[in-house]
Design a protein around this ligand. Structure first.
Ligand code: SF4
Length: 319
């Protein structure tokens, strides 16, 4: 445990190359940037270890397509980093030999990105036919190997809103106990370029996101969360909003090929998201990050509804 009781989480980017081509990808404009070399990644791991990282999350692009992925994970574990995780589109795990190799590297947890409950929605968003089938096979291979620590994340866009309840059933049936429904970030990349095609109004998205969370609660999943949302649209499930909890739990640094951010949580709240004059007097003001800056530019703030009754504000508690 680090300063103020927070865990130090280092997010180590390998580069932006990916075998998917998601329509909403925040890194769409960065695909051509050079990948980090193996030596650079190993040096990053040494630095993370000497800084006392509690958690190392390795991400891309898609980090698992690198031939050196298992070696990099194994180096982090050898250094004694307690939790080494990777966010992945899951396709590589369809190959049992690759799945075995990565599990053997000592990786602690995997976060599968699932954007629809079936191929029709998921593959349309990843723009790679067959990507959903590979992801499902990957999940089965990992289960067969006894690897259980698999989380899920879903980027919420116009195209998958109506499918969120069915996706919740998919996650529950797959035994994924830790899920985040992430309201799309339109500040950069694909969702910025194609804003009107991809970004739903929060007033349309929130009811579907809340239904998915409620399904999880009924199924006994107490670690299903929504992320990057204005709290006023989630009054009945304030304890399931990721960003209200993470500020107290983690200090998060992002180490990418093209930037280093030593306070990713703080800078997102300060720069990426915004509250407006409508928020004045809202009892959730201090806990809430508002909504994406680019969202406000396109849709305005008319959907933000200040919370005035203490009973709603009082429901925030760390989960
Ligand atoms: S009105 Fe503003 S401060 Fe209040 S919950 Fe909504 S976005 Fe957050």
């Amino acid at each position: 445990m680090k300063k103020n009781g927070k865990k130090l989480k280092i997010v180590l980017f390998t580069g932006y190359a990916c075998n998917n081509n998601c329509a909403f990808c925040i890194d769409e404009d960065k695909r051509g940037l050079p990948q980090k070399s193996t030596a650079e990644l190993l040096a990053g791991i040494m630095r993370a270890g000497s800084k006392g990282a509690d958690i190392l999350e390795i991400i891309g692009g898609e980090a698992t397509i690198r031939p050196d992925f298992s070696r990099v994970v194994a180096a982090a574990k050898k250094l004694g980093i307690a939790e080494v995780a990777c966010a992945t589109n899951g396709r590589v795990f369809a190959d049992m030999a690759a799945a075995k190799r990565i599990v053997a590297s000592g990786i602690d947890s995997l976060i599968f990105s699932v954007h629809g409950p079936g191929a029709r929605v998921h593959d349309a968003l990843t723009r790679v036919p067959g990507s959903f089938a590979q992801l499902v096979k990957g999940l089965k291979n990992l289960k067969a190997l006894g690897f259980e620590k698999i989380s899920g994340n879903t980027t919420v866009v116009k195209q998958n809103l109506a499918a969120l309840p069915e996706l919740a059933r998919f996650y529950a049936a797959s035994g994924v106990r830790n899920v985040e429904y992430i309201f799309v970030d339109p500040n950069y990349g694909g969702a910025k370029r194609n804003f009107s095609a991809l970004v739903p109004r929060i007033s349309k998205a929130a009811p579907f996101m809340r239904r998915a969370l409620a399904f999880g609660r009924r199924a006994g999943m107490d670690q299903w969360k929504a992320r990057y949302v204005p709290l006023c649209h989630f009054r009945d499930c304030l304890d399931q909003i990721s960003e209200t909890n993470e500020r107290t739990l983690f200090l998060t640094e992002h180490w990418a090929p093209d930037f280093i951010n030593t306070d990713a949580i703080g800078s997102r709240a300060a720069v990426g998201r915004r509250k407006t004059a409508r928020c004045r007097g809202c009892l959730l003001y201090d806990q809430c990050e508002g909504i994406w800056v680019e969202y406000l530019k396109n849709y305005g703030d008319s959907e933000l509804k200040p919370v005035k009754k203490p009973a709603a504000a009082a429901r925030i508690r760390p989960c």
